[in-house]
Design a protein around this ligand. Sequence first.
Ligand SMILES: Nc1ncnc2c1ncn2[C@@H]1O[C@H](COP(=O)(O)OP(=O)(O)OP(=O)(O)O)[C@@H](O)[C@H]1O
Ligand SMILES: [Mg+2]
Length: 142
Amino acid sequence: MEESTMKLNFPVDRGEFASAGKASSRIKKILQNIGLNNAFVRKVAIATYEAEMNLVIHSLGGQITISIGEGKVIIEVEDRGPGIENIELAMTEGYSTATEVIREMGFGAGMGLPNIKKCSDDLSIQSKVGEGTKMIMSFNYQ
Ligand SMILES: Nc1ncnc2c1ncn2[C@@H]1O[C@H](COP(=O)(O)OP(=O)(O)OP(=O)(O)O)[C@@H](O)[C@H]1O
Ligand SMILES: [Mg+2]
């Protein structure tokens, strides 16, 4: 992205359910304050929240970076952790490795990644087993 890009960084801790959703709600407020339309902000917020919860639940922690440029918002999500062995399988609706405890908390429907795919205009996932995962999602606006 070119010079007009604004870039902000938010850490996400593993297992931190008390503060989970903080990064995505901050990102939502930033986009609202800029004056981007509600439907667009909602799409970015949903995808970012799903990615944030995946870091809390499935990784050892990481960070979310938002870049806002002319007509485009890019969300980069990076973690250290087990990685994703089969990305295609992980993208399948209903596929989840979440434990019973996590399911009792209301997560683990296996809908996070499919939702991210639906909400974003472009999605790339790179993962190394035993190292971690990097996801880049982009959203176009008028
Ligand atoms: N950051 C990550 N690190 C390691 N594994 C991940 C990560 N994100 C997703 N996964 C794997 O992909 C699976 C599917 O993820 P997805 O977000 O679609 O569903 P979920 O998190 O299990 O449930 P839900 O998002 O509906 O609460 C997860 O169960 C997990 O096995
Ligand atoms: Mg999820």
